[in-house]
Design a protein around this ligand. Structure first.
Ligand SMILES: Cc1ncc(COP(=O)(O)O)c(C=O)c1O
Length: 343
């Protein structure tokens, strides 16, 4: 396959993760999570969140979002997210199908939302003809590669709790956000008042595996049944848990995310002075969004794999990952320059 700048999902499995899977592949263990790997991985989650969490391993990010949200919402309530959210655009309506709840989206350019945008939705409270506000879902980092500051999350959590709502975070790229902010996960998630987070692993070097982490353990009551009903209960759970143990060992998860972010920064630095290219979003994590001349897109895609984000303005999304090298960036930029007839 061509070198990919399309998605962090295209990366191979990190060798330490692969080794952890192989090492877990020795003898018989009880299935469905009653094994020592899962117990150890859960403890590690408590350490990185610096609180007692209730953690549930799942197969994928859509499953994490769907299970988490379905559990904390009632069918007559609505989920509120940005118009750019993965739960709105990229989950085939699964959050609505499984929760039975309406999803209401708020306009956003960078993927963030604010309490001021949410406030008008409260006018429905108590009016039986309207869906009742139930869950706010934000993405950290957003689908546009932008990171919420802790005070912004705190403001949304405060708004949620003052109005008897829950705050869910889609953390498919939480590691990249933590690496960008240079703060602890606790400062970004635990102390800001998040109720539940879909914690990503697959985009950051795992073979497959995500988790639903309840920061408010009371809220987790009966969640095992929801995980089962949403078909996210792995019988051979040890292979997901073992990956998370390796992920956290010696802070691998932050090293891989920092590297991915650094490669995107390098790419942005190397293209920012090319007059035909306009970077359209600040580069916080491992994504560079840019408008490029239409005529170079096809020939560049013949050599590299990436997506056009917006066909109307020729905006592309270039993503790096833990395995992207400086040489990859140099070669990619050289190809762009050649296509633009730069010497
Ligand atoms: C923001 C976000 N959330 C969740 C996911 C999880 O998706 P999947 O179900 O493919 O693991 C993705 C993957 O692209 C994502 O970008």
């Amino acid at each position: 396959m061509k070198r990919s700048f399309a998605s962090d999902n295209n990366a191979a499995v990190h060798p330490n993760i692969m080794e952890a899977i192989v090492n877990a592949n020795t003898e018989d263990y009880v299935s469905y999570g009653d094994d020592p790997y899962t117990e150890k991985a859960k403890q590690l989650f408590n350490e990185i969140f610096d609180t007692d969490t209730d953690v549930y391993f799942v197969f994928n990010g859509t499953g994490a979002n769907v299970a988490a949200i379905s559990h904390i919402i009632k069918p007559w309530q609505c989920i509120m997210s940005s118009s750019l959210s993965h739960i709105h655009n990229d989950e085939c309506g699964a959050p609505e199908k499984f929760s039975g709840s309406k999803l209401i989206t708020l306009p956003s350019v960078d993927g963030k939302i604010t309490p001021d945008q949410l406030k008008p939705l409260l006018h429905s409270v108590g009016f039986e003809h309207h869906s009742q506000p139930g869950v706010i879902s934000i993405t950290q980092a957003t689908e546009m590669g932008i990171v919420y500051q802790p005070h912004e999350i705190e403001a949304i959590a405060r708004f949620a709790h003052e109005n008897e709502l829950y705050l869910h975070v889609d953390g498919a790229r939480i590691a990249n956000a933590v690496a960008h902010l240079g703060l602890s996960l606790s400062e970004i998630i635990t102390l800001t008042g998040v109720d539940v987070i879909s914690f990503g692993g697959t985009k950051n070097g795992l073979m497959m595996g995500e988790s639903v982490v309840f920061l408010n353990p009371d809220l987790a009551k009966d969640f095992p049944y929801v995980r089962k009903q949403t078909m996210q209960l792995a019988s051979k759970m040890r292979y997901i848990s073992a990956q998370f143990i390796a992920h956290f060992k010696d802070n691998l998860w932050l090293q891989t995310a920092s590297h991915a972010n650094k490669m995107a920064r390098l790419l942005a630095d190397k293209i920012k002075d090319i007059p035909e290219i306009k970077i359209t979003m600040p580069v916080h994590i491992n994504a560079v969004f840019a408008c490029v001349p239409r005529e170079i897109i096809k020939p560049l895609q013949e050599k590299y794999f990436f997506y056009v984000w917006n066909h109307q303005n020729n905006e592309v999304r270039w993503m790096t990952h833990f395995n992207t090298t400086e040489q990859d960036i140099d070669d990619f930029v050289l190809t762009i320059r050649q296509l633009l007839n730069h010497s």
